[in-house]
Design a protein around this ligand. Structure first.
Ligand SMILES: [Fe+2]
Ligand SMILES: [Fe+2]
Length: 178
């Protein structure tokens, strides 16, 4: 599988899982808990391989152009989904009405993000990255994905935190905004 096929297959899987989740009612406590755990794993691993492997390669290939801006937008969407909405959902009682609302917001956010990647970033990637490089990136991501899946949620959480710290270092200090 090349890089784009791999990432698109991930998107399909997560879209399916999120649809299943939003189709459940608050009576489906066990199903909701299981689906949520699966979604968390899929999303975290997917985000990690994109940020570690695919985005840097894409950024390098497009240089400083409008396409570079799509990377920054995508990173912010990762942050919104992975560091705000998903943790909120994980902390919400699965038998509550609030859970349904939050699950729906996560689904909409992920769908919007995945659609945009597919329509914009991957389209450009096909042009700027050669077939050989796409194959190579695909193999790299498949190997890293396997590694991450075996790590389990706690260690992945740690990686996520490290990524978040890098992000906040780049942000202006809060005081300067006041
Ligand atoms: Fe993404
Ligand atoms: Fe993606």
């Amino acid at each position: 599988m090349n890089a784009i096929e791999l990432l698109k297959a991930d998107h399909e899987k997560v879209r399916g899982l999120l649809s299943q989740l939003t189709d459940t009612t608050k009576r489906a406590e066990k199903t909701r808990t299981q689906l949520l755990e699966q979604i968390r794993m899929e999303l975290d691993v997917h985000t990690q391989i994109e940020e570690e492997i695919f985005y840097p390669a894409f950024k390098e290939a497009v240089g400083e152009s409008d396409d570079e801006a799509t990377v920054f937008e995508a990173l912010e969407e990762h942050r919104a989904a992975g560091e705000l909405v998903l943790p909120d959902l994980l902390a919400t009682d699965v038998t509550s009405d609030r859970f349904s609302g939050r699950a729906k917001v996560l689904k909409e956010l992920v769908e919007h993000h995945a659609d945009e990647e597919e329509k914009e970033m991957f389209k450009t990637a096909r042009q700027v990255l050669g077939r050989e490089q796409l194959d190579e990136l695909g193999a790299q991501m498949a190997a890293r994905k396997k590694e991450l899946m075996e790590m389990g949620p706690d260690r992945i959480e740690l990686l996520k935190k490290q990524r978040g710290q890098v992000g906040s270092e780049q942000a202006p200090p809060r005081q300067s905004l006041q």
